[in-house]
Design a protein around this ligand. Structure first.
Ligand code: AMP
Ligand code: MG
Length: 412
């Protein structure tokens, strides 16, 4: 095979990132917009809250009427009625009177404070007020959260639960957002069987499909799991062509190793332009990247070994997906940690070692989990971090400071 020099990880990542861009914006319902990035500035078209309302259950009063009220000498006021949330009853609180009011109900004209129920005897016809409130006490003022015309969210905001809640609060049912990229995942390999089905001789469950669709979702994308495609060029070509319609990104695994049947490479040459590179990375792996189909859909040909596939996803696909979503940072957070045990790394390759990161005596300590084999998915699942060992480093002593990428779950 080729003896060309290995391609540096950063050069490959730069190439990938240069080839992807945020998706064009769409008008969406709030529920579809969850997880998307806003592509408009949203201003309040009415004040938030929209009207002065009670912050607690109690009695809407005129402060001047209860100026001397105290626990020792309560002021008794006739109660002229009830104001409930949503109430449209046009009460006005006349001097010497009060209205019973519930949390969120509009403050009736005339009243300038709400006495909490616990500062009264809770009376229905008459109420004994045991406290002299200041003007505005227990009143939520219209617009104190956002005034009319105030920007509540700006373009670029990532819409999580609280932002979606805010959009609903300002009365929006649709917003302009960048959609989440749709990632189509398929696994090649004649040895693969759907998880749950019995295994014949030489067969293994397809773990990559489940691994990568979940990883794509955790990165904030929408993932479609196509499943297993046999190592057969025409079937792979047909499947890819069928799937392109719903894909913003296509991921395949398997069929890219040196000496395999090369189905993926053969088919891609026909429907797109995809390059396969041997990277200066450990675990060692070839990765394919390019564009396929009429829309030049970004394509990643990931290795078949689950650990390699996952690491290639983490290092190249995840940042690309985040760039397409339009969120920053596109990279996972890193921390500096002390190495719990010695580590070796091949020269000229950047190693991503599966690690268990813990806090010991107030400091991060990371230990490799499992071995170097890129088939070790059990060890992969025990890792919560990747220890990044630079190309030039071949040996690290226990206690050495290392950079560690945190693999914490779900943050889109
Ligand atoms: P390949 O890149 O197709 O030569 O596959 C490399 C190794 O990864 C082989 O041991 C395959 O059996 C394994 N492998 C490939 N695809 C998958 C998959 N979807 N799930 C689990 N293991 C896989
Ligand atoms: Mg294979």
């Amino acid at each position: 095979m080729s003896t060309s020099p290995l391609k540096p990880v950063d050069a490959h990542l730069d190439e990938v990132l240069a080839a992807v861009s945020p998706l064009g914006s769409l008008d969406m319902t709030l529920s579809d917009a969850h997880g998307c990035v806003l592509d408009e500035d949203v201003v309040a078209t009415f004040p938030l809250p929209p009207f002065d309302n009670a912050a607690t259950d109690g009695y809407a009063v005129r402060t001047e009427d209860v100026r001397t009220a105290s626990a020792a000498a309560p002021t008794v006021l006739p109660v002229v009625g009830d104001v409930l949330p949503g109430s449209t009853t046009p009460y006005t609180v006349q001097p010497g009177l009060c209205v019973r009011i519930m949390t969120g109900a509009p403050i009736p004209p005339g009243a300038d404070a709400v006495v909490a129920r616990e500062d009264t005897d809770g009376g229905l016809a008459n109420v004994a007020v045991r406290r002299a409130p200041t003007v505005g006490h227990n009143i939520r003022i219209a617009g104190d959260d956002a005034a009319v015309g105030a920007p509540v969210l700006t373009a670029g905001a990532h819409l999580g639960a609280t932002q979606i809640g805010l959009l609903a609060a300002v009365g929006r049912d649709r917003v302009t957002v960048r959609p989440r990229p749709r990632v189509v995942v398929l696994s090649t390999g004649g040895e693969l069987v759907e998880p749950g089905l019995p295994l014949g001789r030489g067969q293994i469950p397809d773990s990559n499909s489940a691994l990568l669709t979940s990883a794509a979702q955790e990165a904030g994308a929408i993932a479609f799991k196509v499943g297993i495609v046999p190592d057969e060029p025409s079937q792979l070509a047909d499947t890819l062509e069928d799937q392109l319609i719903r894909a913003d990104v296509v991921l395949t695994t398997g069929g890219v190793s040196v000496g395999t049947s090369d189905v993926v490479k053969e088919v891609l040459g026909r429907i797109g332009s995809v390059r396969f590179d041997q990277l200066a990375i450990d675990p060692p792996m070839p990765v394919g990247f390019g564009a396929i189909g009429p829309d030049k859909t970004p394509f990643f040909g990931l290795p078949g070994n689950p650990v390699s596939a996952y690491i290639a996803f983490e290092i190249f696909v995840r940042p690309a997906l985040r760039r397409m979503i339009g969120v920053e940072p596109i990279q996972r957070p890193t921390v500096r940690a002390r190495l719990g045990e010695a580590l070796e790394s091949p020269p000229g390759r950047r190693s991503y070692v599966r690690g268990a990161l813990n806090v010991e005596e107030g400091a991060y300590v990371v230990r490799p989990v499992g071995g170097a084999g890129s088939h070790l998915i059990a060890a992969l699942a025990a890792a919560n971090a990747l220890i990044v060992v630079p190309e030039s480093v071949t040996e690290l002593e226990p206690g050495a400071a290392v950079t560690v990428t945190l693999l914490e779950r779900r943050h889109h």
